[in-house]
Design a protein around this ligand. Structure first.
Ligand code: GDP
Length: 195
């Protein structure tokens, strides 16, 4: 998809605030700093629409973006952000659980992980959570520009093994620096959107 139009619709914490356009949605989750905002910005050809790096102390919200009037990207607040208060952390679980279990417009979840390292406990939990609820999942292993090409296969295997990756899901090696994987990501997203 060639994106010219992209805007934030709303930052929501509860279902009554979710947009009621009826458009299909793709939700993205990942540890803070993994490169989730950069992934979104790369796909929609923007430098800074999705906020890069969540700010400490800021309310953690689900951010709904309208893309080309055709679908929503839903940016799920990053997990594992040490500086978020205990009270904010306690709200994160129920908020994302409500979204992922109740949102009819949801077509697929994207779990963004760091291609350099074995998945964290929270990455594994996130992936298993989506699998438990039968949500089709795309794993994006980003920052692949930091790995020499000769080791890409090894890192792909490490990430897949760590997550318990299931063959029916999609897997993308990605870089927002070189844009490697951008075309593949759009192909897969468009498959789920069924536009
Ligand atoms: P978020 O907190 O998951 O939204 O992460 P950001 O998108 O803000 O990225 C966190 C940091 O990683 C920033 O300094 C980015 O420039 C950097 N980053 C993100 N993606 C990549 C990538 O593909 N390659 C490299 N080398 N750096 C990246």
């Amino acid at each position: 998809m060639q994106v010219n139009q992209a805007e934030i619709l709303i930052s929501a914490v509860a279902p009554k605030q979710y947009p009621d356009t009826g458009l299909p949605e793709i939700a993205l989750a990942g540890r803070s700093n993994v490169g989730k905002s950069s992934f979104i910005n790369t796909l929609i050809n923007r430098k800074n629409l999705a906020r890069t790096s969540s700010k400490p102390g800021k309310t953690q919200t689900l951010n709904f973006y309208l893309i080309e009037n055709q679908f929503h990207f839903v940016d799920v607040p990053g997990y594992g952000y040490a500086k978020v208060s205990k009270a904010e952390k306690a709200k994160w679980g129920p908020m994302i659980e409500t979204y992922f279990t109740q949102r009819e417009e949801l077509r697929a979840g994207i779990v963004v992980v760091d291609s350099r390292h074995a998945p964290s406990k929270e990455d594994i939990q996130m992936y298993e959570f989506l699998k438990y609820y039968d949500i089709p999942t795309i794993v994006v292993a980003t920052k692949i520009d930091k790995i020499p090409r000769g080791k890409w296969n090894k890192h792909e295997s490490m990430v897949k093994k760590g997550l318990g990756f299931q063959p029916e899901d999609d897997f993308i090696l990605f870089s927002s620096e070189t844009k490697h994987g951008k075309e593949q990501a759009w192909q897969i997203i468009e498959k789920y959107l069924d536009l």
